[in-house]
Design a protein around this ligand. Sequence first.
Ligand SMILES: Cc1cc2nc3c(=O)[nH]c(=O)nc-3n(C[C@H](O)[C@H](O)[C@H](O)COP(=O)(O)OP(=O)(O)OC[C@H]3O[C@@H](n4cnc5c(N)ncnc54)[C@H](O)[C@@H]3O)c2cc1C
Length: 437
Amino acid sequence: MKTEVTNWGKYPIKKAELIAPSSPSGFIIPSGSHPFIARGMGRCYGDSALSEGIVSTLNWNKLLHFSPESGLLICESGVTFEDIIRVFLPKGFFLPVTPGTKFITVGGAIASDIHGKNHHSEGTFSKHVEWLEILTPQGNRARCSRSENAELFNATCGGMGLTGIITQVAFRLKKVETAYIRQKTVKAKNLDHLLDLFEENKDYTYSVSWADCLSKGNKLGRGILYLGEHASLLELPEKLRRHPFKIHNPGKLSVPFDFPSFALNPLTVKAFNFLYYHKAPGRPFENVVHYDPYFYPLDAILHWNRIYGKRGFTQYQFVIPMEGGREGMKKILGEIADSGQGSFLAVLKVFGKEEARHLLFPSEGYTLALDFPVSEKVFRLLDRLDAMVTDLGGKIYLTKDVRLKSETFRNMYPVDEFKPFMDTRVFASEQSERLFT
Ligand SMILES: Cc1cc2nc3c(=O)[nH]c(=O)nc-3n(C[C@H](O)[C@H](O)[C@H](O)COP(=O)(O)OP(=O)(O)OC[C@H]3O[C@@H](n4cnc5c(N)ncnc54)[C@H](O)[C@@H]3O)c2cc1C
């Protein structure tokens, strides 16, 4: 029987054979007429976790071993970041790298080799992985690490599920004294100011900014920088010290239905950007905040992806090198502002040094992520942005992509280097069919 499946952007919708094996041990890929792809929480935005056949890992949710001395956790690949926080934060451990949602699996974190607000200081998720076990296209279970099957390890971290299904992972959690973040908020009047602030504050573990992508002229790229450090017990206000490891509550707010398409238009987005910018205090501001609103502000509203309406949305995230990056970012922001298609969620970060490998996304430079409702007009804008990003020597993030063209993809990633790790008869996604042909 076929089931309709869609990822976080709600576009496209795929009718697929969806299987959810109860355990990874003994599981083999059903032989048949179509390939499969692994799927965790489906928090990638586009079509990377969609295929004719889908293997959901959500039943592979066992924690297998934990060492409080080293922080090393061994678990099945369908364990979610939310599960990990609930179990290990009260013991004084937190995720080494986390994206902007806790509703993802460990397998998905490795397949996209996710980055967080600490990329410049602590790298991508795979940097904290000791080893992983994968079910390969040949039907073998291979254990791989930096010293054992190293090439398969390198291709799998960021490999978008195309090298096989990750079944088990060993990675290190980091020790924290509390569940709170010491946050500093600084306002920037334009892009140059914002990028200078990143540079001045690069010793902070966490840094991320929101940029107003609809402002123009000398306000182009104005934004708000959020810096953070894990707070020590002594840094907590008295009343928080009694429960220093308070866990997040389940989200109570929910978007109950798809919004009508007129609800989000250039005017509402412009109004949002104006209010958001002006609500932040003019002077740098320090406070202590809980990890949940700091790392996962959008998780508080369940099904927030419905605000883009039935047609769905896509997130466009690119990175461009530092050299020529400031001017390049200005041109790209200018193109977006002129198009009037701006997004109210525009997240700008600076990535640290990273050795290029296979389909890994982060590389040293400036990265911007923007949400757009799906439409022909938006896709034409994104094609223009692709050309600008390619000219600047940049690339786009596959876990957010749903429309990149294969010739552009080839200019961004070393396709021939990665291909030997694929067997598209066994593992392929809608995205790989589009990009690798
Ligand atoms: C609100 C929000 C904020 C986000 N913020 C960030 C961010 O700051 N940084 C960032 O890097 N990403 C971010 N993301 C993207 C998200 O972290 C990635 O898409 C992540 O891979 C999703 O994990 P998942 O378990 O939902 O995987 P899915 O979406 O189900 O799958 C994603 C990819 O991983 C593969 N995969 C999943 N499980 C396995 C497995 N066991 N073995 C092999 N391959 C597998 C799939 O085939 C697919 O290619 C964000 C997403 C959302 C919705």
